[in-house]
Design a protein around this ligand. Structure first.
Ligand code: FES
Length: 136
């Protein structure tokens, strides 16, 4: 019985973009309180476009596969475009997930939104500093 699609198995067995980005533009940390799985997503943004994405996931196979897929989906997208990526889109890109594992894909969406929020905070902190310097 094949419960998972070939794509899910491929991304689980050969996850893309595993690791950290030391000088990340934004980092998203999320966890599922029920199962205890954790996902940390790193984004590098250049001129409003996501040039690099990496992840570290302590979790189930579906969480690893969806983490891997979301890093592939966001590359080359603007930050605004990336915000539109839903957990359903990630699951669809993997050829679907069993219903009972759909919640696992939520980690990918939440981590992406958290990383973009972190990026926005860093950008606005940087802008504030530049303003202060220019007004000094
Ligand atoms: Fe926890 Fe899949 S069982 S994310």
């Amino acid at each position: 019985m094949q419960v998972y699609s070939e794509k899910v198995m491929d991304h689980f067995l050969h996850p893309r973009n595993v690791g950290e980005i030391p000088d990340a533009s934004g980092i998203g940390n999320v966890g599922n309180v029920v199962c205890g799985d954790i996902l940390r997503l790193y984004l590098k943004v250049k001129d409003g476009v996501i040039s690099e994405a990496k992840f570290k996931t302590f979790g189930c196979g579906a969480a690893i596969a969806t983490s891997s897929m979301v890093t592939e989906l966001v590359k080359g997208k603007t930050v605004e475009e990336a915000l539109e990526i839903s957990n359903k889109a990630v699951a669809e890109a993997l050829g679907g997930l069993p219903k009972v594992k759909m919640h696992c894909s939520l980690l990918a969406e939440q981590a992406l939104k958290a990383a973009i929020e972190d990026y926005h905070k860093k950008v606005s902190a940087h802008e504030q500093e530049t303003l202060k310097k220019n007004n000094a």
